[in-house]
Design a protein around this ligand. Structure first.
Ligand code: ATP
Ligand code: MG
Length: 536
């Protein structure tokens, strides 16, 4: 039964019980009913036939912030602002009389004079001869629900934008791979030092862009947390790569006081989740400074204590009023018109889940400092750096099948593999490649994952059935670093993966590794600049 039905029945029953009371030994009194009505969560207002309040329950008094006596004394104008009062008298009560019940949404007014949304249901109270003797109105404060709906809409919109962003970021990877690859090929030609300098510029800018794309992907894609040894300086540098330009444009000076990599211990954590935390806190600092004086300083400091790594992020913004400092990590607490109020709440959950803590304190004069501490990883696994010099060229020339639906990527593979002394055989689809596999022997396959009709995963399943010897000799090349399905697939089958965009050195290394079957267990660290990974 709805609350409305319950209250209505209760109200009618009061009359019956009143009659029954003298005959019953332990009959409920009016006080019992009053208490029962007070216990219901919805506001209840009993009115006479002119609409004047006769009785209100405790919930109604809480909703409107006035005592029961005050409301009864002041009448309906205490509950509704002028417009709503007019609507209530001229529209809602007459329609209740006509139809017996009327539901509507209307504005209420509290004791502070603030307007708020109310959902009301008004019913007629009739005597036995159907004569109307009054009204019962049930009121529900809709502020929270409307706020919740607004936030749902906001987060739905964010999710949709995130999806779109992920698609765009993914699509950018292919052209970036070409820019990185072709500029590298040109760098290996005999060109003047001036041209070399310009080519290096192109190459390093493309690599920087690709890192931004990778960071964007990691922020917008939700994923299963996966803990590994993470260097906090690296995570912060990645966040700053996303932010540096915008901070500069907004006149914010960035001060990095990062402890030396060698001395800063690793933490055991999920790289992307930690990235999200730092991005949230840095974004807040950025917004705080911008909304205040339009310029300021953001300082990021890393250090280590006995058993933890400590990150301090300080800004010279307005600081946090003492009255709200305790609410900062609560869900939906925001002072921004376009904020979701979830940034810090999510960040706190992530940090606590990592066994750490996040706190905030106001600066002595201005701004505030967020301090994040994370426990140091127990066992330190050494990170293998990508070789700085190209590996020695394989003395042999291998026949390599290359599968990609994008012409420009095929062209790039052709040039890169030729440069490494191999013989590339190019195919635009799995369908085109399958007959070739029957008639010819390949030493290695380099395959894209996302291809029309038959994708890389289906291709692998086909290989397993018809050419099992090739399943050890396949390298998947993908731009979608965070695709969960692919990630699980690579992991399940222990596959070698090369992430776009890559540099020649990485291609060389993964070919060498796959052909030698020299799988390096430590190579899948996200701290390693190399984008090639063996899923173990
Ligand atoms: N560096 C800061 N300086 C001043 N106030 C801050 C700072 N960081 C956070 N706050 C306050 O804490 C509130 C909650 O922050 P939180 O990141 O959880 O949500 P938000 O920034 O409002 O929204 P969203 O992160 O979804 O954009 C902010 O609205 C702001 O009032
Ligand atoms: Mg925020």
């Amino acid at each position: 039964m709805t609350v409305l039905g319950f209250a209505f029945k209760l109200f009618l029953l009061m009359d019956l019980f009143k009659e029954a009371m003298p005959r019953q030994k332990h009959a409920p009194t009016l006080l019992h009913f009053q208490k029962a009505l007070d216990l219901t969560g919805n506001g209840l207002l009993l009115q006479d036939k002119e609409g004047q309040p006769l009785y209100i329950n405790q919930a109604l008094s809480t909703i409107f912030g006035s005592s029961q006596e005050e409301i009864i004394a002041e009448g309906l104008k205490r509950l509704f602002p002028e417009e709503s009062l007019k609507k209530f008298k001229k529209n809602i009560l007459p329609e209740t009389l006509r139809f017996g019940i009327k539901k509507d949404e209307i504005e209420g007014i509290n004791s502070q004079g603030e307007h708020f949304p109310l959902s009301i249901s008004t019913m007629c109270v009739e005597e036995n001869d159907d004569k109307n003797v009054g009204f019962v109105t049930l009121c529900r404060d809709m502020s929270e629900e409307i706020e919740f709906r607004r936030r749902r809409l906001h987060s739905d919109k964010l999710a949709a934008v995130g999806e779109m962003l992920a698609e765009v970021a993914h699509e950018l990877n292919n052209p970036l791979t070409s820019v990185v690859g072709f500029s590298e090929l040109l760098l290996r030609k005999r060109v003047s030092p001036d041209i070399k300098r310009l080519l290096r510029r192109i190459s390093s800018e493309a690599i920087r862009t690709s890192k931004i794309v990778r960071n964007l992907l990691s922020v917008v894609r939700s994923h299963q947390p996966e803990k590994m040894e993470v260097g906090i300086n690296g995570v912060i540098q990645n966040v700053l790569e996303l932010k540096t330009r915008q901070l500069h444009i907004d006149n914010i000076r960035l001060v990095r006081r990062l402890s030396e990599d060698k001395t800063l211990p690793m933490v055991l954590g999920d790289y992307q989740q930690l990235l999200e935390v730092f991005l949230n806190v840095i974004n807040n600092a950025h917004q705080a400074i911008s909304s205040d004086r339009g310029k300021g300083t953001l300082t990021i400091e890393t250090s280590s204590k006995k058993d933890s790594v400590v990150i301090r992020i300080s800004d010279t913004g307005p600081g946090i009023p003492e009255s709200v400092i305790g609410k900062l990590f609560q869900p939906f607490f925001t002072t921004k018109s376009d904020g979701s109020g979830l940034g810090l709440n999510i960040s706190k959950k992530i940090i606590q889940e990592h066994g750490g803590d996040i706190t905030v304190e106001n600066g002595r004069q201005r701004g505030c400092t967020f301090t994040i501490s994370l426990p140091i990883a127990q066992e330190s696994v050494s990170i293998i750096e990508a070789p700085s010099e190209p590996l020695a060229l394989s003395p042999q020339s291998f026949d390599i099948m290359v599968l990609d639906d994008e012409e420009v990527i095929l062209d790039l593979h052709y040039h890169l593999l030729t440069q490494l002394g191999h013989k590339p055989h190019l195919f635009r689809s799995v369908q085109e490649a399958l007959p070739a596999l029957k008639g010819q022997t390949f030493d290695l396959i380099l395959s894209d994952v996302k291809m029309p009709r038959m994708n890389g995963r289906k291709f692998y399943t086909h290989l397993k059935k018809h050419h099992p010897e090739m399943t050890q000799k396949i390298i998947f090349v993908t731009g979608d670093t965070l695709n969960k399905t692919s990630h699980l697939f690579f992991k399940k089958h222990h596959l070698n993966v090369l992430y776009k965009p890559f540099i020649l050195k990485q291609l060389e290394e993964i070919i060498h590794r796959t052909l030698e079957n020299d799988i390096n267990l430590n190579d899948n660290s996200s701290e390693n600049e190399s984008e090639s990974t063996t899923y173990e």
